[in-house]
Design a protein around this ligand. Structure first.
Ligand code: FEO
Length: 175
């Protein structure tokens, strides 16, 4: 049985993951408007992945006989400065998600909630991978440069990374 505190914290995480899904959707739209289809595909997939992260917690709460709350989502921005800013902000957002997951893990330890502790380990690994992916993208942008002439090459690189991520996820069984 989950504590009230844990139920509330997991519901807050649902909202956090839901916001990430809608933020990445907004970024995908921005890229598509700029004809950067590789970056758009990457962000559409990230958005779907965040939705899946949200649903995993939603289902976990129900499985544990608790109330899962479908969250109100704050309106994400529709306009973004440039490609580098989008990925810098995405990395910063992922770091905040990691901190939030770490807080949940700390709470599970404090409450000797072994079921939630075990459940959260998937997120610990996922956050390590997501932060690493965003850092790789920023490294590539730093190497290529982000002037107007470079956008085509950035888009191709991110499309390649996107396809490699999809292939790796398929090999791992879809997550
Ligand atoms: Fe679900 Fe990227 O945090």
């Amino acid at each position: 049985m989950l504590s009230e505190k844990m139920i509330n914290a997991l519901n807050e995480q649902i909202a956090f993951e839901g916001y990430a899904s809608f933020l990445y959707l907004a970024q995908a739209g921005w890229f598509e408007n700029k004809s950067m289809v590789g970056c758009a595909s990457f962000m559409y997939r990230q958005s779907a992945e965040e939705h899946m992260h949200m649903m995993k917690i939603f289902r976990y709460l129900l499985e544990m006989d608790a109330v899962a709350i479908s969250p109100a989502i704050k309106q994400p921005p529709a306009e973004f400065k440039d490609v580098r800013t989008i990925f810098s902000e995405t990395l910063a957002h992922e770091k905040r998600v990691t901190a939030s997951i770490n807080d949940l893990v700390a709470l599970a330890i404090k409450e000797s909630d072994h079921a939630t502790y075990a459940f959260l380990q998937w997120y610990v690994t996922e956050q390590r991978e997501e932060e690493s992916l965003m850092r790789t993208i920023l490294d590539k942008i730093n190497l290529i440069g982000d002037g107007a002439q470079s956008l085509y090459f950035i888009d191709k690189e991110i499309e390649a990374l996107n396809q490699a991520t999809v292939a790796a996820e398929k090999a791992e069984g879809g997550e």
